[in-house]
Ligand binder design. Structure first.
Ligand code: RP5
Length: 168
């Protein structure tokens, strides 16, 4: 079975200032042939738009939402409260001076019943969010599953080559 690869993933971020981190997420998805919907939506500054987006997500064919925000990062959680669509949260390190711990706790500490699958702070988390979304979709998509296997094999090969080079 092959899912629609054009629109199954939405990448939502609280501000355009988050794009420097989230570009890696978008690029990783594109590397797997997924051209995501990309939106700037704020839980605090545009709350009605956030609510409408969440309410319509499943009906619009979205299967996974990746939500990134910094500071009091309520975007992922507020979307999660309004949709069954799985939400992957990416905490962003802003200029708050606490290195993204504010966003990490705001994203990960969801009350029981409304989960957000939270990845690491920043660029590593952004890339992992894309890979996790692909893994979710690969359950029902053999083509994506094959791409993930290739990705892991390539990743493993690179590490082995670096180790070999180290051994001289
Ligand atoms: C959050 O506040 C955004 O996700 C961003 O990480 C942070 C700062 O936003 P800007 O002031 O840069 O727009 O809502």
């Amino acid at each position: 079975m092959t899912s629609d690869k054009k629109t199954p993933v939405a990448v939502v971020m609280g501000s355009d200032s988050d794009m420097a981190v989230m570009q890696g997420c978008i690029d990783t998805l594109k590397g797997f042939g997924i051209n995501p919907i990309v939106r700037i939506i704020s839980a605090h500054r545009t709350p009605q738009i956030a609510a409408d987006f969440a309410d319509k997500a499943l009906g619009n064919g979205i299967k996974v939402i990746i939500a990134a925000a910094g500071m009091a990062a309520h975007l992922a959680g507020s979307l999660a409260g309004r949709t069954r669509c799985p939400i992957i949260g990416v905490p962003i390190a802003s200029n708050s001076g606490v290195g993204g711990l504010d966003a990490l706790l705001s994203t990960v500490q969801m009350p029981p019943g409304i989960p957000v699958a939270t990845v690491a702070i920043g660029k590593a988390g952004a890339k992992n969010a894309a890979i996790l979304a692909v893994q979710m979709l690969s359950i029902a998509d053999e083509d994506l599953a094959g791409k993930l296997d290739d990705f892991r094999a390539t990743q493993q090969k690179k590490v082995i080559e670096k180790d070999s080079a180290l051994q001289g």
